[in-house]
Design a protein around this ligand. Structure first.
Ligand SMILES: C[S@@+](CC[C@H](N)C(=O)[O-])C[C@H]1O[C@@H](n2cnc3c(N)ncnc32)[C@H](O)[C@@H]1O
Length: 265
């Protein structure tokens, strides 16, 4: 039977209006507005745009440590909240392990200050070793491409960095070329390692040399591991990892994360 043609059709339900872009905090959103349009963005900086929860960035201990790190001038005006969160998380975990804290690649002390301020008195019983030439990449262990890419990026900053950490007697800023300087000055037991040299070979040499000294379960954060522009660093670190029988986790922040296995491999 034919349907009565006069029966009114129900109006089709209206399509849900796209959610408005809500800028939760301008410090986290950065300048680009073309990524993830029509969504509630919570984060858009440092190569990462996401809708996920950024509550960590507003925790008072993180905010204070982050502000102190920015004040060093080491990050050249870049905002790196999520990278900083990863470092703080890993460093806090390391306070439960035996050993000292080591950073290879400190510049003016941005990430080092972040950790020192974030953990505060939790670091009272350990040393924090900061290794750097404090004057940029070393030609003898860096490729021509790495040297060219970073020319003019880093300038002499030893005196100012050492002075910056002078209120913290357990922090040692040690000038020297990685890996050479590690032979004489690296601690015997390490609970936390941050590698941020922007050069593949010294990064590989550093992890090779320090791997046996890491406590079981110790976290290692590689700053540049997953950046597309840093493929050489990833290749070198993956070669190390394959020999050590481990795999490095790529993070959306551009970092790589690794833990020293609890069992000897
Ligand atoms: C990306 S910066 C480190 C940034 C630092 N983590 C921060 O929070 O600002 C890289 C640093 O590695 C240092 N560097 C590069 N190659 C080196 C090497 N072979 N030995 C020692 N330092 C090196 C540079 O002098 C530079 O300060």
């Amino acid at each position: 039977m034919k349907l009565a043609f006069w029966r009114k059709k129900k109006p089709a339900p209206k399509a849900a209006a796209p959610e408005q872009v809500v800028v939760t905090d301008p410090r986290l959103i950065g300048l680009r507005t073309d990524i993830l349009p029509m969504c509630v963005r919570t984060y858009n900086q440092d190569g990462l745009a996401t809708l996920h929860n950024t509550a960590f960035a507003f925790e008072p201990d993180f905010s204070a440590a982050y502000a102190a790190a920015v004040d060093t001038g080491s990050w050249g005006g870049a905002d790196i909240h999520w990278r900083a969160h990863v470092i703080c998380w890993a460093a806090r975990l390391a306070t439960g392990l035996e050993g000292d804290f080591v950073e290879c690649g400190t510049n003016r002390g941005g990430t080092a200050m972040l950790v020192v301020k974030y953990l505060g008195s939790l670091l009272h019983d350990r040393q924090i070793f900061l290794f750097d030439t404090f004057q940029g990449l070393d030609q003898s262990v860096s490729t021509a491409d790495e040297m060219t890419r970073l020319t003019g990026h880093y300038v002499e900053c030893y005196e100012e960095t050492a002075a910056r950490f002078s209120p913290f007697p357990n922090v040692k800023a040690i000038r020297g070329m990685v890996p050479e300087v590690l032979r004489t000055s690296a601690p015997e037991k390490i609970a936390f390692l941050h590698i941020d040299l922007n050069a593949a070979e010294p990064e590989r040499a550093a992890i090779e040399m320090l791997w046996p000294r890491l406590s079981p379960g110790a976290p290692v954060v590689f700053d540049d591991y997953a950046w597309v522009a840093c493929q050489n660093q990833k290749n070198a670190l993956d070669e190390f990892a394959a020999l050590a029988g481990v795999r490095i986790l790529s993070l959306p922040t551009g970092q790589g994360l690794l833990f020293k296995p609890a069992q000897k491999r």
